[in-house]
Design a protein around this ligand. Sequence first.
Ligand code: ADP
Length: 444
Amino acid sequence: MFNKILIANRGEIAIRIIRAARELDVRTVAVYSDVDRDSMHVRLADAAICIGPAKSSESYLNISSILSAIEVVDAEAVHPGYGFLAESAEFAEICENCGVKFIGPPSKVIRLMGNKIAAKKEAEKVKVPVLAWSRASLEDEKSALEVAKKIGFPVIIKAASGGGGRGMKLVHTQASLGSAFHMARREAHTAFGDDEVFIEKYCEKPRHIEIQLLADQHGNVIHLGERECSIQRRHQKIVEEAPSPAIDAKLRQKMGEAAVRLAKSIGYVNAGTVEFLVDKDKNFYFMEMNTRIQVEHPVTEMITGVDMVKEQLRIASGEPLSLKQKEVKLSGHSIECRINAEDPKTFVPSPGKITSLYLPGGPGVRVDTAIYSGYTIPSHYDPLIAKLIVHAPTRHEAIKKMTRALEEFRIEGIKTNIPLLLEIMKDHDFIAGNIDIDFLSRFS
Ligand code: ADP
């Protein structure tokens, strides 16, 4: 195991990684920007080093700054968390070349899966189902129209390098395809520096269901079941749960095997997630692979008892997986709510000082957060301030527990989306498990 790692991230995920490392007797070094000087991850780590100003392009995304920090503190490995540099093939490659262990997959795998066109081709190679698509990037409006007609409207135009729900255009008719194509290309170029776009069949009211994978350096790959992530706003997940109310043991096995097959064929190592869309008839289609730990990983930890971040550290240090597929047992039901500092109606971010805070607790309640009373939430980063996670024997009891925990959560000085999360927990369709990716748009 490593002696010392650097955590190239901030907030709750940095603390999550510190906790796992501590329990494995690994020393941790936090990094922080000027505005994060008083952050809890800085206080909880064994050491901390400033990497630049508030703007993330000059701090948390600044590769040379982070590399200097690694060198100064003499860390053997770097954990990128999620977001920031977690899916930067460039950063992973530089680490490889400098002899610093990147706690994640090899850079070539990140690069391959980072391009949605290449990723879909890899999925097709190992017979993982995909939605009808253009099978290449689109050169011009004419070829886009030809493909769309063949696939049948509605279609989605996606950026090959897209992420975070950005760079997608839903097109219902032939007439609107041309302008959507040009707009998608322009946006992809501006946002991702790559104007490659492709077309995919639009799936009506699907569920977003993803399979969690763990793969070691010795060729062992296992899956830890699925997460249901259909409750989204603008393609951003808000509530996640495991298991999914729509998936039975047989389908879980089929989707799990498909995900493992893909991971094995691309030489995947470390924790990763294969995202699928599941339609009304329970057909599943590969969407993309996330080559990092995800925000919603705790729901999987709660039902499997596997500490995924510890597992990531073990894998990166060369140890074999601590369990085999047949040892993976799912127990009970877990739900996660993402608590954002934002107005619950307008969704406008609400940074500022937390004047008073009381966090919920009790049996089966977990809070992953970096906030504390008196802490000022900076306006420069993601509005996620806490993840509230519950675990109970059944889905019904988990919803009850989440409702109770949300009601217990006291926070003053800023606005949060807790009122919206409570409405979701009390919604009849949600309670019945009747959810799809359009759930929130019908709802508010
Ligand atoms: P990103 O990488 O930006 O997150 P994804 O390809 O993962 O983009 O898609 C994000 C979300 O968009 C999905 O969770 C789903 O809600 C929706 N989506 C993507 N592709 C389709 C599709 N073909 N049909 C319907 N919805 C889709």
